[in-house]
Design a protein around this ligand. Structure first.
Ligand code: G3P
Length: 217
């Protein structure tokens, strides 16, 4: 499984990239707005100068024709830009056109296995299922992910990859990995939680203390 970082924060991206474990970045308008900038292009170019893997950039247009135009412009910002398109009828139309132009699409805001199946049929490279938001609404987000994995396994000719998105805690990542998802896009705070364990810290302290006591002898 690959891990993408779900943020538009440059410091966090730099830090996570330095760990050598992230393969890409996903952004959305809310994440960019959180960085108090409306310059999506500048933020994207900066991210793409740090990360060589896929960087998802969302379109804001709502009809297919405008989405296609916007996607072509944004895809030219950097060679590793992928375009995030929402799962709507217009989004599907745009995805089927753009995927034939070799523009990689991350179909976002998928909340059911059927939506992810349609994204795959339209030629999306990725379908993003929002686990946390499903859980928040009283559904079982991970069940949707597991069902979608089974469906995609039944049809090897569909080569869309599944992104576990809207990740809220490390268990979401573990369960996504157990389900065999291709990618989990993870907020920085969750990445830090995944890395740390109190017993690791205690273990390091104990090793150093033992070493200091023997080196005094
Ligand atoms: O990138 C889309 C998704 O991961 C957003 O997550 O936490 O806003 O539901 P969240």
């Amino acid at each position: 499984m690959q891990i993408f970082l779900d943020t538009a924060n440059i410091d966090q991206i730099r830090e996570a990239a330095g760990l050598g474990i992230i393969s890409g970045v996903t952004t959305n308008p809310s994440l960019v707005a959180r960085e108090t900038t409306s310059d999506y292009e500048a933020v994207t170019k900066k991210i793409c100068s740090i990360v060589s893997g896929p960087v998802s950039v969302e379109v804001l247009a709502e009809d297919a024709e405008a989405m296609i135009k916007e996607a072509r412009v944004k895809a030219a910002w950097a060679p590793n830009v992928n375009i995030k398109i929402p799962m709507t009828a217009e989004g599907l139309k745009a995805t089927s056109v753009l995927s034939k132009e070799d523009i990689k699409i991350n179909m976002t805001l998928c909340f059911s296995a059927n939506q992810a199946l349609l994204a795959a049929l339209a030629g999306a490279t990725y379908a993003s299922i929002f686990i946390g938001r499903l859980d928040d609404a009283g559904h079982d987000g991970m069940q949707v992910v597991e069902d979608t994995m089974m469906i995609l396994a039944n049809y090897p000719e569909l080569d869309a990859q599944l992104i576990a998105a809207s990740i809220r805690n490390p268990m979401h990542v573990t369960r996504a990995a157990l389900a065999g998802v291709d990618v989990a896009t993870v907020p920085y705070a969750v990445l830090m939680q995944m890395m740390r364990h109190p017993l690791t810290d205690i273990g390091i302290k104990r090793f150093l203390a033992d070493w200091k006591s023997v080196s005094k002898k």
